[in-house]
Design a protein around this ligand. Sequence first.
Ligand SMILES: [Zn+2]
Ligand SMILES: [Zn+2]
Length: 377
Amino acid sequence: MRALLCLILLTSAAQAAPRSAQVRVYSLYKLKAVDIEPESQYSQAAGARLAGKASVAVHGPLASFRSKTRTLAQKKISASGGIWLSGPGLPRRLYRGELSFSAKNGRLVVINEAPLEEYIASVVSGEVSDLSDPEAYKAQAVAARTYTLKHVTNHSGEGYSLCDSTHCQLYTGSASVRAKARAAAEATSGQILTYEGAPAETYYHAICGGKTADMSSVWPFESKPYLVSVKDGPASRPYCSIAPGFLWKTKIYFTGLTRLARQAGWIVGDENATGLRITAWDTSGRAQTLEIRTQRRGVSVSATDFYHGIGRRAGWRAVRSSWFSVQQGKDYVFLDGRGSGHGVGMCQWGAEGMGRKGFTYREILKHYYPGTEITND
Ligand SMILES: [Zn+2]
Ligand SMILES: [Zn+2]
């Protein structure tokens, strides 16, 4: 009987879309302890009303709670109703919904079960903080909600659904939520993007540069019928041309290129980069394959690897996309580029441009993810 009941519960849970997001917070920090404070008079912690400051710390295999009046060590300490978290070297953040604190391998694991739309509003706030059009915010909310649903098992082996870093989606809690993002999450509440009835893979990026990229040319061996290259408005004035940084230029000295190419393992220790050129382009006009010349040979590097390799080592502002031309100087190359990001899926600044021209978020999503539908879950 118990097994049957359990099965019924599991089935109904699988059918209903999640109404909350289970996120490990401060996931990039080596956390041993946090200070906690109530947001309101309804905030609870460790089974009682949280009246003032308290703290939670690792205590062997347990999490220990300490306030002015109470000390408690348990496998799991729970809190709810709006809690401020802070601590030395930690950004101060507000989390709504449920919080749980537990110890794992000497670290404090903090998991926030946030109301889904609260989580979406926070993610959207971080993603499009420099945009202003309400329809662009709504398009981003649907894309982020769909991404959440699609990636809800990212960390299931570790005991939670999502982390709060860009590995999943950047989530910094409720204090940073902008009014526009909250309005967009509410206006599109429960809506997701589907392709042939299944949630779509809603990749997005900052600025496409005039044409989005086909997924298969950025990540070989992967393709989706709705992640194909689309023209982002008229060629003379793409929707995203309103973005600051739509066009960019970078000068890379061969000494710097040599260092980065050695670190990335593209060339070996005694080789020096003496040149860089594009050897293949994709259908959108982006570089697909590059050749780094050394004193001995030419080394072929995919443009995706080049963009990520330089970005990780020298920052993402140096080479902002794989859409550029190369001019060679005596001891440097000059990159003349457009766009920012991998170029797959929705162009966030293009969404802003479309919104300002009067397109709705439904039209924006259909433009960047052709063939998809907006579905109420
Ligand atoms: Zn993650
Ligand atoms: Zn664009």
